[in-house]
Design a protein. Structure first.
Length: 78
């Protein structure tokens, strides 16, 4: 699970066994987890984050979208 970004308490990463899915990023903090699609940025699933945190995480993903897409393409060779 390569970590591609850390921001405050959040870890953004990919699972190495998901190359056939559309580009996305997983975000964890303690026992909370969510997944955002990267093109376009959209919440795919949420386990435990409240609405305010999800808005903040969506902004984090949007602000780093190009960096995350570059990391995805570099890692999965797309």
């Amino acid at each position: 699970m390569p970590t591609v970004l850390r921001s405050g308490p959040y870890r953004l990463y990919f699972y190495s066994h998901e190359p056939n899915e559309a580009p996305h990023v997983h975000i964890d903090h303690n026992d909370q987890s969510c997944k955002f699609w990267l093109r376009p940025v959209a919440l795919a699933r949420n386990l435990g984050f409240n609405a305010k945190e999800l808005r903040e995480l969506e902004k984090l993903v949007i602000d780093n979208q190009l960096r995350l897409l570059e990391a995805w393409n570099e890692y999965f060779g797309n």
